[in-house]
Design a binder for this molecule. Structure first.
Ligand code: ZN
Length: 370
């Protein structure tokens, strides 16, 4: 019996996710749009629409009169019906954003974290930050935020185990070995928590913003190190141990300087030496070499550039990577790759972490069929 119940629940949630995906990508939709886009039966779609309307997630937005037959009810997503908070945990800062069901960022705030912060210090900062966000809701006219808060998404420095919510060994932080962050954060903050690598959260935000047109992509983040987040085959790619993205530790110079990881000439250390010498143009060209290597390996449609260190010189990096992609890779005309700066700027990681929470509860963006 348990098995049957579980399957029914799964199917219900799955159908609901399909309808939500249509609602999120289309401005307005009607029952027949959903039937066409999802392949569900009209009866199944009616059931889901009734449930989502009752929960306040979608609402009728008028009627469309077709050529013949009854006028069709047009529905729309209710963006302010649910919110999620996203956190970007970096080595020295915590950024928190508030994101609505449609993926719009409403507030963004950065606070400093103590040097070499402990898990307890991070939880303190998260707790204070969330209270502050919940406190300014009346200011923004959002009203009772707590009751519409779906959860907290944390995008953090790795390596980490996304599936089990464990921070394995955060680079450069001494107090973070096998810390069950998801569990202790849920207990302390009384919210569902989703934990992922910063770069994976970031590429999720870009995929949300681009919708169904987003092909295979990488988000390259330069922020006290270099990481890569991947969107492959319509979903975030985390790898066999959820540790994909250590892009900065691919070697570009066999006789280069020794890296923190123990090897010589990693992209990250070669880039860092150029940046520390004040040669931003050279640092950007080093990064570009890495990006071209990635394109040759994965054949990507989009490369998104992000991260605080990169965004201090956005045009230099954008120009260097665009030029290298055009010139260095032996690519035919039909192999086009779009290089762009993150459409959400410094908020991209935190916003993506919040979107991951909304995904988990209300939808599967990669299933967005229209
Ligand atoms: Zn390395």
């Amino acid at each position: 019996m348990t098995r049957v119940t579980a399957d029914v629940t799964f199917l219900r949630d799955y159908n609901q996710a399909l309808v939500m995906a249509v609602g999120r990508t289309a401005r307005t939709f009607e029952r027949s749009t959903v039937v066409e886009a999802t392949g569900l039966t009209p009866q199944a779609v009616s059931k889901v629409i009734a449930r989502l309307t009752a929960d306040g997630l979608i609402r009728p937005a008028g009627r469309r009169r077709p050529g013949i037959g009854k006028p069709a009810v047009v529905y729309e997503l209710v963006p302010d019906s649910r919110y999620a908070i996203g956190a970007h945990v970096a080595r020295r800062t915590l950024r928190l954003v508030l994101v609505d069901l449609a993926g719009t960022v409403h507030h963004s705030a950065v606070s400093p974290l103590p040097r070499d912060f402990t898990p307890e210090q991070l939880l303190d900062a998260l707790s204070t930050g969330i209270d502050t966000l919940a406190g300014i809701d009346t200011l923004a006219g959002i009203g009772d935020l707590r009751s519409r808060l779906t959860g907290l998404g944390i995008g953090m420095i790795g390596p980490l185990d996304h599936a089990n919510g464990l921070v394995r060994d955060a680079h450069g932080l001494r107090h973070w070995h096998d810390v069950p962050l998801r569990e202790i954060a849920e207990k302390r903050l009384c919210l569902p928590v989703h934990l992922d690598k910063d770069v994976t959260a970031g590429i999720t935000a870009e995929a949300w913003r681009h919708g169904a047109t987003f092909g295979d992509a990488a988000l390259i983040m330069v922020e006290s190190g270099i990481g890569g987040g991947f969107w492959l085959g319509g979903a975030a790619h985390r790898g066999a141990h959820t540790n994909a993205g250590e892009f900065g530790h691919t070697v570009v110079d066999l006789t280069g300087p020794r890296c923190v990881c123990g090897r010589h000439g990693c992209l990250e250390i070669v880039h860092q030496h150029a940046a520390e010498a004040g040669d931003v143009a050279h640092a950007a060209r080093v990064l570009a070499v890495g990006v071209v290597n990635l394109l040759q390996t994965l054949d990507l449609a989009h490369v998104v550039l992000a991260g605080a260190d990169l965004l201090r010189h956005p045009q230099t990096y954008l120009a260097a990577v665009t030029e290298a992609v055009g010139a260095d890779a032996r690519r035919a005309d039909w192999l086009s790759t779009r290089v762009a700066l993150s459409s959400l700027g410094a908020d991209v990681i935190a916003a993506g972490a919040a979107m991951q929470v909304l995904d988990q509860h209300y939808g599967i963006p990669e299933l967005a069929p229209i």
